[in-house]
Design a protein around this ligand. Structure first.
Ligand SMILES: Nc1ncnc2c1ncn2[C@@H]1O[C@H](COP(=O)(O)OP(=O)(O)OP(=O)(O)O)[C@@H](O)[C@H]1O
Ligand SMILES: Nc1nc2c(ncn2[C@@H]2O[C@H](COP(=O)(O)O)[C@@H](O)[C@H]2O)c(=O)[nH]1
Length: 226
């Protein structure tokens, strides 16, 4: 992927080398659980830490899970084009700071995004060839509700709101490269890793073929009858 460039929101060139793995799902389906497992096991991928205006949950650590910021700071970042994408989700604002993504990709590292479908569509517009996107579904609506309740980090009102939004969010499944039904966590994680492995191999193979093609062309040119 070396040498490919894309325009950022700020119109700056964004060097693209790593692969961008986007994982989305309705709230409670399990994408954060899956992405944390992946980050713990895979040393070659970095999490894109989003900014958000929503309050921190008890289990979350500022600057590790999110950068928790005021609405005024969010607006400033968005207006200064410091965000690769941004969206309003469940009544709060979220966005992907562009700097760390640029840095990781330029260093050849893969980047993991836990973002919603609105953000996914915005990043598609800029860098589709480098993206692998996965949509995670719950096995049933009842299980989705039970997971949100068991997580015990949202009010009953917020859970109701998230379940209503799930109806809209699942309608965007076909925008994604892969869909995983997260029934058994272990087997979903195995399938997520298999997707990442296959996509890494595909890109490495393409790079090898591109090099071979260049060599073949040069050799054929050299053989050409004057
Ligand atoms: N396969 C699974 N089986 C049972 N419980 C699960 C499974 N996957 C995740 N969970 C649990 O469901 C709850 C919700 O998971 P998680 O927080 O990962 O969801 P999420 O999709 O990231 O939600 P949000 O968008 O709100 O961040 C957590 O308590 C998690 O431990
Ligand atoms: N478009 C974006 N969506 C994001 C971003 N960071 C998180 N999210 C999505 O928001 C919801 C809610 O997350 P929660 O942690 O508050 O439960 C979920 O779908 C996330 O994927 C972002 O930077 N951009």
């Amino acid at each position: 992927m070396t040498g490919l460039r894309a325009e950022t929101a700020a119109g700056l060139p964004l060097q693209r080398r790593g692969l961008m793995l986007i994982v989305s799902s309705p709230s409670g389906a399990g994408k954060t659980t899956l992405t944390r497992l992946l980050l713990a096991e895979d040393r070659d991928i970095d999490l894109s830490i989003s900014v958000t205006t929503r309050p921190k949950r008890p289990s979350e650590v500022n600057h590790v899970h999110y950068h928790f910021i005021a609405a005024s700071e969010f607006e400033r970042m968005r207006d200064q084009r410091e965000l690769l994408e941004s969206a309003k989700v469940h009544g709060n604002f979220y966005g992907t700071p562009i700097g760390p993504v640029e840095k990781a990709l330029a260093a050849g590292r893969d980047v993991l995004f836990d973002i919603d479908w609105q953000g996914t569509v915005q990043i598609y517009e800029r860098m589709r060839p480098d993206i692998v996107s996965v949509f995670v579904l719950p096995p049933s609506a009842a299980e989705l509700k039970a997971r949100l309740e068991r997580r015990a980090e949202n009010t009953a009102e917020d859970i109701g709101h998230r379940l209503q939004n799930a109806r809209v969010e699942i309608g965007h499944w076909s925008k994604y490269d892969y869909v995983l039904v997260n029934n058994d966590l272990d087997s979903t994680f195995v399938r997520l890793k298999a997707i990442l492995d296959a996509e890494r191999q595909k890109r490495a193979e393409k790079a090898r073929v591109a090099e071979l093609i260049e060599r073949l062309k040069a050799d054929l040119d050299a053989m050409a009858v004057p």
